[in-house]
Ligand binder design. Structure first.
Ligand code: NAG
Ligand code: NAG
Ligand code: NAG
Ligand code: NAG
Ligand code: NAG
Ligand code: NAG
Ligand code: NAG
Length: 284
C-alpha cells in the first residue's frame, strides 16, 4: 500500500496543478460515490471496507477519482474512460467498444464488464486480480459512463475538440460537462459546497425521482452489470442536449446552463444509484 499512497499524494498535487481530467471532474465522482455509499447493502459495506486501503477509512468516495489520478502511470487505462461513436447518435458495443488501435472491449462499457467479473471472484482466495483496483476502477467508470459526452463522437473526442466559452471563461465542451456545470451549480445554489448539492440530489432520489429509481436499479436478463443501457442513454443526451447549440466558438451562458442542469443532476443521481445496485449484486 505504501507505493500506492505515495503515488496518490503525487497525483493529487499534479491534479491541483493541472485540473484537467477524464470523466466527471473530482466533484462529479465524489457525488456519485457518496450517493452510492448510502445505498450499500451490509454485504457490500463489508466487502468495500475490506478492499479499501486503510487510509481511506471505509470511505469509497474519497478514492473515486483514483482512476483519473493513475492514468499517467497506467497509460493502458486511458481508453477505458469513454466510448467513441462514428458520429452517429446511437451506440453499438460490437461497433464502438474498442480503443484507437482497434483492440476490442477497450472502452468504458468493456471495462465495467471486466471489473465486475473480477469482483465476482471476491472471497475466492485464488483470484489473480487486484480487487482493490477493480473496485476503484468500477466505481469510477460507472460514474464516467453517465457523463453524456463520455459516449460521444470520435471526430471531436467527446467534445474535447470543441472550444467554447463558459460565460467568460475559455474552455471546451467536454470540460463544461465534466466540471463547469457542476461547479456553477455549487457556486450559485449551494454556497460553493459540494455537500449541499449531494444533499439536494439525495432529496430528489427520495422524492422527484422516487418512482424511477427501481427502474434504474434493474439490470435485466440476470446480468450483474448493464453498461450498454447507460451508454445508449448517454449518446442520446449528448446529441439532444450537450452538442445542441454548442458549436465551436459559442458562448454558453444562462440558457444553456439552466436547461442542461436537470440532465446533469439526473445523470449524477443515476450514476450513484446504479453503482450501489451493481455492487450490491456483485457482493450479494
Ligand atoms: C493492489 O492495488 C493497490 C492500488 O494500486 C496497491 O496499493 C496494492 O499494493 C495492490 N495489492 C497487491 C496485493 O498487489
Ligand atoms: C445491516 O445489519 C443491521 C444489523 O446487523 C440491520 O439492522 C440493518 O437493517 C442492515 N442494513 C441493511 C442495509 O441491510
Ligand atoms: C481488465 O482488467 C485488467 C486488470 O486491471 C486490465 O489489465 C485490462 O486491460 C482490463 N481490460 C479491459 C477491457 O478493461
Ligand atoms: C476461484 O478461482 C479459480 C481461479 O480463477 C477458479 O478456477 C475457481 O473456479 C474459482 N472458484 C470459485 C468457487 O469461484
Ligand atoms: C435468472 O436466474 C434465475 C436463478 O438462477 C433463473 O431461475 C432464471 O431463469 C434466470 N432468468 C433469465 C431471464 O435468465
Ligand atoms: C437551441 O437554440 C434555439 C434558438 O435559440 C432554441 O430555439 C432551441 O430551443 C435551443 N435548443 C436547445 C436544445 O437548447
Ligand atoms: C431535482 O429534480 C428536479 C426535477 O426533475 C430537477 O429539475 C432538479 O434539477 C433536481 N435537482 C437536483 C439537485 O437534483
Amino acid at each position: 500500500m505504501e507505493g500506492c499512497r505515495i503515488h496518490i499524494l503525487v497525483s493529487v498535487s499534479l491534479m491541483l496543478m493541472f485540473p484537467v481530467v477524464y470523466g466527471w471532474g473530482v466533484d462529479g465522482h465524489l457525488i456519485t460515490c457518496t450517493i452510492a455509499q448510502t445505498m450499500f447493502s451490509n454485504a457490500t459495506t463489508d466487502a468495500v471496507n475490506n478492499l479499501l486501503p486503510d487510509y481511506a477509512d471505509g470511505d469509497l468516495a474519497s478514492l473515486c477519482s483514483w482512476a483519473d489520478q493513475i492514468r499517467f502511470h497506467y497509460r493502458w487505462s486511458a481508453a477505458l474512460h469513454f466510448i467513441d461513436t462514428p458520429e452517429v447518435c446511437n451506440y453499438n458495443y460490437a461497433r464502438d467498444c474498442h480503443d484507437e488501435a482497434g483492440n476490442k472491449n477497450r472502452c468504458v462499457a468493456g471495462a465495467i464488464n471486466n471489473y465486475t467479473s473480477q469482483l465476482l471472484g471476491y472471497g475466492n482466495d485464488s483470484t489473480q486480480y487486484n480487487l482493490t483496483e477493480a473496485l476503484l476502477f468500477l466505481s469510477h467508470f460507472v460514474g464516467d459512463i453517465h457523463q453524456p459526452l463520455h459516449t460521444a463522437f470520435e471526430s471531436d473526442k467527446g467534445g474535447n475538440l470543441i472550444d467554447v466559452y463558459w460565460y467568460t471563461q475559455e474552455t471546451n465542451l467536454h470540460h463544461v460537462w465534466d466540471d463547469s456545470i457542476i461547479e456553477s451549480e455549487e457556486d450559485d445554489y449551494y454556497g460553493e459546497d459540494v455537500n449541499g448539492l449531494i444533499n439536494a440530489i439525495q432529496g430528489n432520489i427520495t422524492s422527484e425521482y422516487a418512482d424511477q429509481v427501481p427502474g434504474w436499479e434493474i439490470c435485466s436478463n440476470n446480468k450483474t452489470a448493464c453498461p450498454d443501457v447507460y451508454a445508449s442513454e448517454g449518446i442520446l443526451y449528448a446529441c439532444n442536449w450537450a452538442y445542441k447549440n454548442a458549436t465551436e466558438g459559442t458562448t454558453l451562458g444562462d440558457d444553456y446552463f439552466l436547461s442542461r442542469l436537470p440532465i446533469v443532476n439526473l445523470r449524477l443521481a443515476q450514476g450513484g444509484v446504479r453503482l450501489a445496485a451493481t455492487l450490491n449484486r456483485i457482493f450479494g
